[in-house]
Design a protein around this ligand. Structure first.
Ligand SMILES: Nc1ncnc2c1ncn2[C@@H]1O[C@H](COP(=O)(O)OP(=O)(O)O)[C@@H](O)[C@H]1O
Ligand SMILES: [Mg+2]
Length: 279
């Protein structure tokens, strides 16, 4: 069963085609990452799915409803963690989460929610006194306190230090294990690789890949990077014919090739190549 279904979605801002004929689905219980560089159209897409932005074309269904006609009942089933942080600064962690909990028919217990995002020690701290990473965890708490069936997270870990990122990844893993369908955006490849069952790569508003993290890595699995030194600079070439490249280099250098290295393409390189080819 599809929880999200998007067909030929288009959105422009003036001359900018921010979302360009995008189609994808998210099945119940899946964790899908929308991965792409800044300006790729991730936030625009997510906000259309959340019912906070209009679209210019295409059809969208989220939990069986067109989000452009969102009702209160529908909203209570969807959790949202927007890209910008919450700006209540005087409320304590506990107060802020209690306030949001009251908006939902079957909220998670407030203390349980605080424990889940790892803010137990900060429950009575005012939001204005939290670190950036802790504030972001409050945002996540506000997104999940209503026990949503579907959770949207827009760049949840941007600006986190590595430790905060790992804590956050554990939170997501736990929500997944509870059966929450999750769609998140990120520009971190390792995050998509770590969290997602499926990765939708976008660049310039277009979908350039929709596959598993493992497949994304092996997609250019036949590509090999041949690298060598030429004077002071290191040169390299991506190729599916490493033997030919090395033979050419042997002719050129007439003997030992300086600093020769041959390596398989990494996931990171496969991703960068996709984005590069699309732009
Ligand atoms: N409110 C807006 N007005 C005009 N242009 C916008 C607006 N929001 C986003 N854009 C443009 O649309 C494109 C996609 O932006 P966005 O959806 O925020 O991408 P991402 O979240 O992937 O960084 C960018 O070129 C951005 O500058
Ligand atoms: Mg964004």
């Amino acid at each position: 069963m599809n929880v999200v279904s998007v067909q030929n979605l288009t959105r422009r801002y003036g001359d900018v085609l921010a979302v360009n004929d995008l189609s994808f689905t998210v099945a119940a219980g899946e964790c899908v990452a929308m991965l792409g560089p800044n300006g790729a159209g991730k936030s625009t897409t997510i906000e259309i799915l959340e019912g906070y932005r209009h679209r210019d074309g295409g059809s969208v269904e989220v939990l069986g409803v067109d989000p452009a006609r969102a009702t209160r009942a529908w909203r209570s089933r969807v959790g949202i963690v927007p890209q910008g942080a919450s700006d209540m600064t005087d409320a304590t962690v506990r107060d802020a989460i209690s306030l949001f909990a009251a908006l939902y028919p079957h909220p998670r217990a407030v203390d349980e929610t605080i424990d889940l995002v790892g803010l137990t020690a900060q429950r009575d701290t005012r939001l204005g006194r939290l670190s950036g990473g802790q504030r972001r965890r409050v945002d996540v708490a506000l997104g999940i306190v209503g026990r949503p069936e579907l959770l949207f997270l827009d760049e949840p870990t941007t600006g986190f230090d590595p430790e905060a990122r790992h804590v956050f990844w554990d939170v997501i893993a736990q929500l997944r294990a509870d059966g929450t369908t999750i769609m998140l955006t990120t520009h971190y490849l390792d995050e998509a690789d770590q969290l997602a069952d499926r990765v939708i790569v976008v660049a310039g508003g277009r979908k350039v890949a929709d596959t598993t993290p493992a497949d994304l890595g092996s997609r250019h699995g036949n590509s090999v990077r041949v690298s060598w030194r030429e004077g002071e600079t290191r040169r390299d070439e991506l190729t599916t014919e490493p033997t030919r490249v090395v033979r050419d280099l042997l002719t050129r250098f007439d003997g030992e090739i300086p600093g020769l290295e041959i390596s398989r393409m990494t996931l990171e390189e496969a991703y960068l190549k996709l984005v590069e080819e699309a732009s």
